[in-house]
Write a protein that binds this ligand. Structure first.
Ligand SMILES: [Fe+2]
Ligand SMILES: [Fe+2]
Length: 167
């Protein structure tokens, strides 16, 4: 659980780094992207702290996610603000759903001691939902080839989750 979350938040930070490299000076998108990136930094820091304390090693795919995340960020930002926002909507749809699954698991039997972690995941889930709302409010759905783009990004995120949970 912690390994995949760490991988996801690392990916998120890299996506925003890529988007900011292209859109950092944009008067509207720049501040929005910086705000979301700052929250991703907090999320990543939480897992950077949790992994060694819980004796979890990061996924071996960390360097892959780092490059892929940055490329996804640059690529979607090159489509414009709407493209960048469409990327956020697609990613957060998958990530928020994934955090939800984890919260549900931790509500189950045997995880009574994990209430603090559950609260953390719930808070992050809420913040990812806010990012998704930010994307929708900034015309994500009017991005070029929105449907196809969403499908591809969501599929990529699901594949990344599948792999990060295993290796
Ligand atoms: Fe996050
Ligand atoms: Fe996010």
């Amino acid at each position: 659980m912690l390994r995949v979350d760490h991988a996801g938040e690392l990916g998120a930070r890299r996506i925003y780094a890529g988007q900011l490299a292209v859109l950092g000076r944009h008067p509207v998108a720049g501040p929005l992207l910086r705000e979301m990136a700052a929250q991703e930094a907090v999320h990543l820091a939480a897992f950077d702290d949790l992994l060694p304390r819980r004796r979890v090693r990061p996924t071996v795919l960390t360097p892959v996610w780092s490059v892929a995340g940055y490329a996804l960020g640059v690529g979607t930002a090159l489509l414009g603000v709407r493209g960048a926002m469409a990327c956020t909507v697609a990613v957060e749809t998958v990530i928020a759903g994934h955090y939800n699954d984890q919260v549900r698991t931790l509500l189950g039997e045997g995880y009574e001691a994990e209430a603090p972690l559950r609260a953390t995941l719930r808070q992050f889930r809420d913040e990812e939902m806010e990012h998704k709302e930010t994307g929708l409010a900034n015309e994500a759905e009017q991005a070029f080839a929105y449907r196809g783009l969403s499908k591809v990004i969501e599929g990529g995120c699901r594949a990344a989750i599948f792999l990060s949970e295993r290796v």
